[in-house]
Structure formats: structure tokens, C-alpha cells
Design a protein around this ligand. Structure first.
Ligand SMILES: Nc1ncnc2c1ncn2[C@@H]1O[C@H](COP(=O)(O)OP(=O)(O)OP(=O)(O)O)[C@@H](O)[C@H]1O
Length: 310
């Protein structure tokens, strides 16, 4: 398996605002890497730097075996990019949109390429429908068809399924995995837990820094987070009360249960002590990825309170 991205010390500022801070990242061929983090943490900017759409202030390394600073135009030609907003033409059909994209890229065998993309993404029967008349899920498929029409080696997806229903999201991700199985390397920014769980690897970005990296399992193991699952009456109020206790990083209701997490076992036990009796039932559970991300995000609140330099 070859290394598709190997970049070190990436920095980017807009004016006096540092948006990406010393990011180093390595990604192997055929891997799907998800970038998570709060709004404005630098996910989109990092993706754009890696494919040469933005020029970094500093950093070195290779993307697709090319120098990512001096050969960005060659990298761009082998990269597909799907932006957050639907960027195709509502008043053109699916087919017309794809033919148009093929022309803009100057692709050969246009009709064949478009046919293959339509078949692959299950769009063939809808080829004459106006893009503007499609539901969110079908629009995303069309956008994916357009972004992969030139058969890129690297695919960047910026919050690809925002506002798309779970079934369409699942199908979209099945397709992403099929593409990855053929060797396409995928970088995706997302806020959705189910998407994070479908990535091979995850990077968590906070204030432009890559503060956690690895598989979901590795990130959970390294978090040192302790989580208890509690059941009993009036769970919503219990979650609310526990959330403000010392030693509790997060307390959230999930249906009829509450997930309470912390990093200091003694302090967490102390917070739970008043409720360690009937009718409440507690079991220690493995933290979920969501529990860990909430903990990572709580560092943001702390650093804002401490006056993080912008
Ligand atoms: N072209 C630009 N000029 C100035 N500031 C920018 C530019 N692009 C992004 N920013 C700022 O950089 C910061 C990081 O933005 P970015 O879009 O990378 O974050 P993000 O993590 O992708 O956020 P979201 O989850 O909301 O999409 C934000 O404060 C944003 O306002």
C-alpha cells in the first residue's frame, strides 16, 4: 500500500488569524480519513491545502508522489473535490450536467464516461431529470458522479451529506467504500457520528491543530475516558444535574439511559455517589466515539475560557 499524502508542518493564516497550525498528516492509498471538529476549526481549509486549492504559508511534503507546494496543478488534476454546497446547474438535467463537467475538464470519451458514472451511481434511469428537481440524496450522488468523472486518485468531500436522510447517507457511504476498495483515497470532513464511524481513520481538529489521529478504536483507547451508563426514572433531569458536577466531562441522555463521562475516576465516582442506589442502575461501558469527541470539544470551552490566542 503506497502513501498518498505525507505532509509535515502545514500552516495557514488568513490575515492575523491562524487557521491551520503545524498539521502533519500521512494517509495511505485506499484509506477513508474523516476530519472532525467544531465549526470553524479548520477542516475545510486543511482539505483545500492538501489538494493544492489553497497555498500554505509553510509546510512540506508530497501528495500523490508530487511536491505539494510546487506541483499543485498536477495534484489538482488527479483530485476530485465535492464542496459543501451543491454546485451543479439546477436547470440542466443530470446527463447535461455531467456532459458539461466532462467538457470543462477536457475529458476524452465523454459519452462513455458519463454512461459509466450514471450506471455506477444508479442515476441512469433519471438521466433526463432536472438536477433542481432531485432530492438531497440524489443531488449528492450527482455531485459525487461529477467529482469522480475524471477518475481521480484522491477525493475530497466537504460535509458531503449535510441535510441528507440516513438511508441516502448510508447508500452514499456504500459507494465511497466501493471507490476506496478500488484504490481511491478519500478525505472527508463531517459532523456526523455515523459518518465518522464509517471512516477507516479519523483526525480531530481543534483551533487548527490536529489533536487526535488514528482509527476510531485507537482514539477511544487513547482518550482515557471513563463512561458509565445509568438507567432509572427521570433521566433527563438526572443528566442535567450531573452535567454540572465536578469530575463530569459530559452527561447526556440517550433515550431511557444517561451516559456520564469523565477522566478522573475518583471524581466521577463522587459525582455519581448520590445516585448509586435503587431505582438507579449503573454499568461501566466502553466510551463511544461521540463521548470522546464531546470530551475533545470540551477542551475548546476550556481554552476559550483561558483566552486562546487567535
Ligand atoms: N478565505 C478565507 N478568508 C478568511 N477567513 C477564512 C477563509 N476561509 C476560512 N476562513 C476562516 O478560517 C476558519 C476555519 O474555517 P474552515 O472553513 O476551515 O473551518 P471548518 O472546520 O471547515 O468549519 P465548518 O465545520 O463550519 O465547515 C474560520 O474562522 C473561517 O471563518
Amino acid at each position: 500500500m503506497s502513501r498518498v499524502i505525507d505532509v509535515r508542518g502545514l500552516n495557514k493564516s488568513f490575515g492575523d488569524k491562524r487557521v491551520v497550525r503545524d498539521v502533519s498528516i500521512a494517509v495511505d492509498e485506499g484509506r477513508i480519513t474523516g476530519f472532525l471538529g467544531p465549526n470553524g476549526s479548520g477542516k475545510t481549509t486543511t482539505l483545500r491545502l492538501l489538494c493544492g486549492l489553497l497555498t500554505p504559508d509553510s509546510g512540506e511534503g508530497e501528495v500523490l508522489g508530487l511536491n505539494f507546494r510546487t506541483e499543485s496543478s498536477r495534484i489538482k488534476r488527479q483530485t476530485g473535490y465535492m464542496t459543501q454546497r451543491f454546485s451543479l446547474y439546477d436547470d440542466m438535467t443530470i446527463n447535461e450536467n455531467l456532459v458539461f463537467v466532462a467538457r470543462v475538464y477536457g475529458l476524452d470519451d465523454r459519452a462513455d464516461r458519463v454512461d459509466r458514472a450514471l450506471k455506477r451511481l444508479g442515476l441512469a434511469e433519471r438521466r433526463d431529470q432536472l438536477a433542481g428537481a432531485l432530492s438531497g440524496g440524489w443531488k449528492q450522488r450527482l455531485a459525487l458522479a461529477a467529482a469522480t468523472l475524471h477518475e481521480p486518485k484522491l477525493l475530497l468531500l466537504d460535509e458531503p451529506t449535510a441535510g441528507v436522510d440516513p438511508k441516502a447517507r448510508r447508500e452514499f457511504w456504500d459507494e465511497i467504500h466501493a471507490l476506496a476498495a478500488e484504490g481511491l483515497t478519500v478525505l472527508v470532513s463531517t459532523h456526523y457520528m455515523d459518518e465518522a464511524e464509517r471512516c477507516h481513520d479519523i483526525g480531530y481538529i481543534l483551533h487548527g491543530e490536529l489533536i487526535a489521529r488514528g482509527t476510531g478504536e485507537e482514539i477511544i483507547d487513547r482518550s482515557n475516558l471513563i463512561t458509565f451508563n445509568g438507567e432509572g426514572p427521570d433521566i433527563d433531569h438526572l443528566a442535567h444535574r450531573l452535567a454540572t458536577q465536578a469530575g463530569v466531562v459530559s452527561a447526556s441522555a440517550f433515550g431511557a439511559a444517561v451516559h456520564v463521562s469523565g477522566v478522573d475516576r475518583a471524581a466521577l465516582e463522587q459525582a455519581l455517589a448520590p445516585y448509586r442506589q435503587a431505582p438507579y442502575r449503573w454499568t461501566e461501558v466502553k466510551p463511544s466515539l461521540e463521548d470522546v469527541f464531546i470530551q475533545l470539544m470540551s477542551r475548546e470551552t476550556e481554552s476559550v475560557q483561558e483566552g486562546h490566542d487567535a
